[in-house]
Design a protein around this ligand. Structure first.
Ligand code: FE
Length: 130
C-alpha cells in the first residue's frame, strides 16, 4: 500500500477547511450533517485525503447515529486502529493506513457477524460510484 506523506502545510492547501479539521486534527462533523450519513448509493468509499479504498457500500448500514456506519473496512489493512482516551472516554480511533488521516471510531455494537460499527465522518470519505 502506498504511503502518503505530506506536510501540514500541504494538507492544508489540498483539503477543505472541514476536511482538514477532521482528517488532520481529529475533529468530528456534526451528526446528521454529512453528505453520506443517509446515502444508499453503491460504490467504494475512498479516503478523501489520499484516495485509498476504505469501505464498500455493501458494508454500510443505517445506524441511526447520523454518521455513515459500516460493519467492516473494504480490506482490513486499509485502516489502522488506535486507543483514544480523550474526553474521559475509552474509544478506538480509526485512521487511514496510507495517509494517517482521522476517519472516526469503531464500536463493538454493530450488527451482523462482525458485531462492529465503524462510525465514520462523511467529510473523510469520497464515494467512488460503481
Ligand atoms: Fe488516506
Amino acid at each position: 500500500m502506498t504511503e502518503v506523506v505530506k506536510t501540514d502545510e500541504e494538507w492544508r492547501e489540498q483539503l477543505t477547511p472541514e476536511q482538514y479539521e477532521v482528517l488532520r486534527r481529529k475533529g468530528t462533523e456534526r451528526a446528521g450533517t454529512g453528505k453520506y450519513a443517509y446515502s444508499k448509493d453503491d460504490g467504494m468509499y475512498r479516503c478523501a485525503a489520499c484516495g485509498a479504498a476504505l469501505f464498500s457500500s455493501d458494508a454500510k448500514f443505517e445506524s441511526g447515529t447520523g454518521w455513515p456506519s459500516f460493519t467492516e473496512p473494504a480490506v482490513a489493512e486499509a485502516v489502522e486502529l488506535h486507543e483514544d482516551r480523550k474526553f474521559g472516554m475509552r474509544r478506538t480511533e480509526v485512521t487511514c493506513r496510507a495517509c494517517g488521516g482521522h476517519l472516526g471510531h469503531v464500536f463493538p455494537d454493530g450488527p451482523g457477524p462482525t458485531g462492529q460499527r465503524y462510525c465514520i465522518n462523511s467529510v473523510s470519505l469520497e464515494l467512488d460510484p460503481s
